[in-house]
Design a protein around this ligand. Structure first.
Ligand SMILES: [Fe+2]
Length: 197
């Protein structure tokens, strides 16, 4: 890298690392509103890269699930679920859930509707009884992007999708197996961007 700078204004040939993470080829572009929020809030590049890969998985998942979910809402949720890490950057590289409520509040403060801001709060609490299928899909994307499989979560999603649960579960399993096979590429992409700057 030849660039140098400070804070979120580190540049390489005049382009911020966040912009590079958001524009890099290979993953679906974020919804414009989500992208604008990340830029306004000065999101760390690693966060931008993480949201790219989780959103990309959510694009595939919602394409598979179809109109049984609110696709634009799920995609916005996937693209912003960890935005609270702007306020709690230590949680970009370590455990912690302070970013969940913080992200929800941050989105509300930015004028985002509750129905879209809620994903920031729900993505870590999928075992709660009152989460919706939309919430569960964001959580699922946030697991399978790195190849993590959670049978109990997948069972809840299969039940939420309706139809014969066992057949749905097996079909979902096939889809998730395909998605999980791309985990190494996603992990390498995310790791290439720093947690600060
Ligand atoms: Fe995440």
């Amino acid at each position: 890298m030849t660039g140098a700078g400070r804070g979120n204004f580190i540049t390489v040939a005049g382009v911020t690392l966040l912009s590079r993470a958001l524009d890099a080829p290979g993953f679906a572009p974020l919804p414009p509103r989500a992208r604008a929020l990340l830029e306004t809030l000065g999101a760390p590049p690693r966060l931008g890269a993480h949201l790219r890969v989780v959103h990309d998985v959510a694009v595939t998942l919602t394409g598979w699930v179809g109109p049984r979910v609110d696709v634009p809402a799920v995609l916005f949720g996937a693209a912003t679920h960890d935005i609270g890490k702007v306020r709690h950057p230590a949680e970009l590289s370590g455990p912690g859930s302070l970013h969940e409520e913080a992200g929800y509040r941050l989105l509300l403060a930015q004028g985002v509707e509750e129905g879209l801001a809620r994903f920031a709060r729900t993505h870590g609490s999928w075992e709660s009884a009152d989460v919706t299928l939309d919430d569960l899909l964001v959580t699922l994307a946030d697991k399978v992007w790195k190849g993590k499989r959670l049978p109990d979560l997948e069972q809840r999603v299969a039940e939420g999708l309706g139809g014969p649960v066992w057949e749905t579960f097996l079909a979902l399993d096939d889809e998730l197996e395909r998605l999980a096979s791309g985990a190494d590429e996603r992990l390498a992409f995310q790791a290439a961007y720093p947690t600060s700057g």
